[in-house]
Design a protein around this ligand. Structure first.
Ligand SMILES: *Cc1c(COP(=O)(O)O)cnc(C)c1O
Length: 334
């Protein structure tokens, strides 16, 4: 099946499975898993940070960052559609007693800094203490402009705010801009990187930041039940992903562009514009949307049901698969 629902559906390849099977392991709660230690050091190096912390998921990694930057009664400013606000089950509020201040994202995935400034609370006991600004890159598959990130960093420094990046797909952004990830991430105080999206690992994210923040996060991770033991079996997949699956993200971007081009001629589809697109194509379906997913399934293609489709390319989708998908859409709407 050609599964376009998400890049989380990727299957670990045989090289990755071999690396997992052969991983040297120890008890990571004692700090004795050499493979976890190697993954954390590698991720920290690639993001230009002092230290890394292997987490069970991106949700956990982002939550640890929020809880380490913010205390009870503090506030973080975040996009209304950002994962760290909308898709993490309210964890910052529930488990961290941190108040979110969501703001509408701009069409390019940025937060307007004028609006952010208006949302920063005065130092007055009526208000929560605004502590953190949180961005996401890529956001909905869109790459944030570097000039914007520089402005946002300067803004955060001027306002005395900490600056976190949900970099679940940061390597998609870096590959698209043809720069290293650290050229983006060193602008921030912390970054969460997913290994289990387009990089193809079965499990895991790494939080990277300064050493003291990571030590704080390690305590919260233990409290949240995220202290894992012989986790090197999982970390080995992460190392394999970082060493082998970054450059090939370009193929996913090419395939998304190929898909966009192929679908563009179909009148019943409206493709959302994206200034800098990576591995996602968002499509509004104008007619017969209720029959579309079932038709596709008969053709060996899995998409979500509904009239607002997110089509995601990843390492288990080839350019020939894209041609199959385009042909199926054309057949359905002929
Ligand atoms: C997937 C994702 C995460 C983390 O999700 P998990 O499923 O918890 O690993 C965080 N942010 C963004 C933007 C994501 O797409």
């Amino acid at each position: 099946m050609i599964d376009l629902r998400s890049d989380t559906v990727t299957q670990p390849c045989s090289g990755m499975r071999t690396a997992m099977a052969n991983a040297e392991v120890g008890d990571d709660v004692y700090g004795e898993d050499p493979t976890v230690n190697r993954l954390e050091a590698l991720a920290a190096d690639m993001t230009g940070m002092e230290a890394g912390l292997f987490c069970s998921s991106g949700t956990q990694s982002n939550l640890l960052a929020l809880m380490s930057h913010c205390a009870r009664g503090d506030e973080y400013i975040v996009g209304q559609q950002a994962h760290t606000y909308r898709y993490e089950a309210g964890g910052a509020a529930v488990l961290g007693s941190i108040q979110p201040q969501p703001l509408e994202l701009e069409p390019d995935g940025t937060l307007d800094l004028g609006k952010v400034e208006g949302a920063v609370k005065p130092d007055d006991f009526h208000f929560a203490k605004t502590r953190l600004l949180c961005l996401e890159n890529t956001q909905g598959g869109k790459v944030l402009p570097m000039a914007y990130i520089e402005d946002a960093e300067a803004f955060a420094r001027e306002k005395g705010l900490k600056f976190h990046l949900d970099g679940a797909r940061i390597f998609n952004a870096a590959v698209k801009l043809n720069i290293t990830a650290k050229e983006i991430t060193t602008r921030f105080d912390s970054v969460s990187v997913c290994l289990s999206k387009g990089l193809g690992a079965p499990v895991g994210s790494v939080l990277c930041a300064g050493r003291s923040l990571i030590e704080e996060a390690r305590r919260w991770r233990k409290m949240l039940g995220g202290g894992m033991r012989q986790a090197g079996i999982l970390a080995a997949a992460g190392i394999y992903a970082l060493e082998n699956n970054i450059e090939r993200l370009e193929q996913d971007h090419d395939n998304a562009a190929r898909l966009e081009k192929g679908l563009a001629g179909i009148d019943q589809l409206v493709i959302a514009p994206a200034p800098v697109r990576t591995n996602m194509v968002f499509v509004r379906v104008k007619s017969r949307d209720s029959e579309l997913a079932d038709f596709m399934e008969q053709k060996g293609i899995i998409i979500e049901k509904g009239d607002d489709l997110r089509l995601v390319t990843h390492l288990n989708v080839s350019s020939r698969d894209i041609d199959t998908v385009i042909a199926a859409f054309k057949e359905f709407y002929k």
